[in-house]
Design a protein around this ligand. Structure first.
Ligand SMILES: [Fe+2]
Length: 372
């Protein structure tokens, strides 16, 4: 067999090429929007593309699956309940896709999203057991996929990862993400084994109720441009441009610089509405980063902008996206609103009847954020 993991350093996700060296048939799983890399590989290796599979409808990056599938005269393969607005090849729990001598066994593992599947790779000539599992955003390395944005369910996630833990120790785990907002505490390694996770994953040691509580006991901070990206991946919109494609350097400004700013400068609070309500910089305008692309016309062009979030992580990605969209003078508040409050600056409040936020932003492992 042939197997290759391809990592996207900007959004922190992984895609996979699996092929049979006997039949020269290939499958691509969770392709990124940069589909040329798969075409080059398939051509160089002489593989014919037989399946393009998305493990779920992604909310944090635009999938390349439809483009790649169309180019090869295929339909995207998704779980039967995917609910997208375009024709697709419907996959079912327990189904096996033949790929030369290989078998791709579909396992429905909802939780992060209701339609999420894992894919067990079986090579019957070597073993009747699977040697690897592609887990999408169910089991991640040292973590599990967040269930709190876009129709997921923590109880389902518990059942799904418990199911995956019944696999033998030696099974290699290849997740859909190694960085990014789809988890809260990913280790950063791009692969692991069932046995290692069983021993050392903090979440997988938990009983059912604490596991569920740990995944739901906070306000979800949705990924950058999630609204536009999910609509695009569902076929309801065509906003591929909503995806961050490069990590531009962003100047960070301190509290004093903001306190002494001129009236022209727009303060843009990119946190969730609940966070904004419970304390924001005076005069800051709220556009959550998840809605930034879909509300881009609300951001004035030609004015200096300083983006602010809770601790200064999300605001950098938001600023990078605005730069990508041609906003030239965009900076980010170092230390975020937390730093602003800690330094004794005045704070404004909104509708504090909204749930009190608890977002462990500093624990996120954000792809591309801190690179120069
Ligand atoms: Fe995801």
């Amino acid at each position: 067999m042939y197997f290759k993991q391809i990592l996207d350093e900007i959004v922190g996700c992984a895609s996979y090429v699996i092929a049979s060296r006997q039949s020269n048939e290939a499958a691509v799983v969770d392709p990124s929007i940069n589909i040329a890399q798969y075409d080059v590989l398939l051509q160089e290796r002489g593989f014919a593309l037989r399946y393009v599979i998305d493990t779920h409808v992604h909310a944090d990056h635009v999938s390349g699956a439809r483009l790649l599938a169309a180019e090869h005269g295929l339909e995207v393969s998704l779980y039967e309940s995917a609910g997208v607005c375009y024709p697709f090849h419907s996959l079912h729990d327990g189904e096996e896709l033949p790929l030369g001598q290989l078998r791709l066994r579909i396992l429905h593992t909802p939780g992060h999203r209701p339609e999420l599947i894992s894919i067990l790779v079986v090579n019957p000539e070597r073993s009747p057991e699977p040697s690897m599992v592609l887990t999408g955003d169910s089991m991640l390395v040292g973590d599990v996929g967040r269930p709190d944005f876009g129709g997921g369910d923590a109880r389902d996630q518990y059942e799904s990862v418990s199911h995956l833990l019944r696999l033998p120790d030696w099974v290699a785990v290849f997740p859909g993400h190694f960085e990014g907002p789809c988890g809260n505490g990913m280790c950063g390694r791009p692969s692991t084994t069932i046995g290692f996770e069983r021993l050392y994953s903090p979440l997988l040691h938990m009983e059912r109720d604490p596991f569920i509580e740990s995944l739901t006991d906070h306000v979800p901070a949705r990924p950058l441009n999630m609204v536009a990206i999910e609509a695009t991946n569902r076929g309801k919109a065509d906003m591929s441009w909503a995806m961050l494609t490069r990590a531009a350097p962003i100047e960070r400004v301190g509290v004093e610089e903001i306190a002494n700013r001129d009236g022209e400068t727009l303060l843009l609070d990119v946190r969730e509405p609940e966070e904004y309500a419970h304390g924001h910089l005076p005069g800051a305008v709220s556009i959550p980063q998840a809605e930034l692309a879909s509300r881009l016309e609300e951001v004035p062009r030609g004015r200096p902008i300083i983006a602010a979030c809770q601790t200064g992580v999300r605001s950098i990605r938001a600023a990078q996206f605005l730069r990508q969209q041609g906003f030239e003078d965009v900076r980010s508040l170092e230390g975020g609103t937390e730093g602003w409050i800690a330094s004794g600056q005045p704070v404004e409040y909104g509708d504090t009847t909204l749930a009190k936020p608890r977002i462990a932003e500093s624990e996120w492992s954000h792809a591309g954020v801190l690179r120069p």
